[in-house]
Design a protein around this ligand. Structure first.
Ligand SMILES: NC(=O)c1ccc[n+]([C@@H]2O[C@H](COP(=O)([O-])OP(=O)(O)OC[C@H]3O[C@@H](n4cnc5c(N)ncnc54)[C@H](OP(=O)(O)O)[C@@H]3O)[C@@H](O)[C@H]2O)c1
Length: 252
């Protein structure tokens, strides 16, 4: 059991706190957002405290602030040399963390999504991946990355999730236009994709292409779809978006 603190108690901190509380860790959170911290207190019995008290009461500290305000908040706080820091903040670099959390030196940067609470969320890790694995595996597999550029590329892939959801929403809307049933259309589209993907959890290189090619054989509707998406430059658009997000993370 560890004493774990959260600086910033918003959308992403809440499911992490729920996951870790269920594992028996002692959780302390900052008050803001007041609704979320009150909910976590009522539901899990977490302690709500001022930011410095959260740090003082914790061995492991999660940094879950929006990047724009992180420097201003963190520079007023005092960390201990023995503390382990887990940052989930996009675009706050390892150098910035080292400066802001000195004299702490043990860091890991990662990218959780809220469904980590249920398990199955891969956690890209730059830094102390062993700490992350101790807290989140086996439910959420840790994927160690070599450097910050690689971590930022994983952030870009996370941004692909809403991009793909958006494409699926267009498909579901089109289906509803044909059938007149919006709920059934969205259910069918979502279940089809999630059911298919749930059979593919061992993602060795080449598996996506293999599964695609098994469906998109000569003369099939599937091949018509994959070719049309290439011809319509959907893949070019995706690559450009990933590049642009990667660049933005480098310069922010
Ligand atoms: N959401 C995701 O799925 C996700 C996934 C991966 C990584 N991240 C990263 O996680 C970080 C937080 O994102 P989020 O979506 O959780 O944002 P969020 O919901 O806005 O959470 C940020 C929290 O920080 C609080 N806060 C603001 N000023 C503070 C202060 N001075 N002291 C203490 N707390 C303060 C905010 O409270 P108020 O609401 O009262 O201002 C809010 O509860 C971002 O860096 C983001 O890149 C998010």
């Amino acid at each position: 059991m560890s004493r774990i603190g959260f600086i910033g108690t918003g959308h992403i901190a809440a499911p992490i706190a729920r996951f870790l509380a269920a594992k028996g860790h002692e959780i302390t959170v900052t008050e803001r957002n007041a609704n979320v911290s009150a909910e976590l207190k009522a539901e899990l019995g977490v302690i709500v405290a001022a930011p410095q008290a959260v740090i003082d009461e914790s061995d492991i500290v999660f940094l879950c602030l929006r990047p724009q305000i992180a420097p201003e908040v963190l520079k007023t706080l005092h960390f201990r040399p023995d503390q382990q820091i887990i940052s989930v903040m996009a675009a706050v670099s390892a150098d910035q963390l080292t400066a802001l959390c000195s004299p702490a030196t043990d860091f890991v940067q990662t990218i959780p999504l809220g469904f980590l609470q249920q398990g199955g969320c891969p956690l890209a890790a730059f830094g102390n991946d062993v700490l992350l694995a101790k807290l989140f595996e086996p439910e959420n597999p840790v994927v160690k990355v070599a450097d910050e550029a690689a971590l930022n590329a994983h952030f870009a892939i996370c941004a692909m999730v809403p991009g793909i959801l958006d494409v699926m929403a267009t498909g579901a809307e089109w289906l509803a236009e044909q059938t007149g049933d919006e709920n059934a259309s969205e259910f069918y589209t979502t279940q089809l994709l999630s059911g298919f993907l749930s059979t593919m959890q061992t993602g060795n290189a080449g598996r996506l292409a293999e599964e695609r090619d098994a469906l998109a054989t000569d003369g099939t509707l599937s091949l018509q779809m994959t070719q049309a998406l290439h011809a319509g430059k959907a893949h070019d658009a995706l690559r450009s978006a990933l590049e642009a997000i990667g660049k933005r993370l480098e310069t922010d």
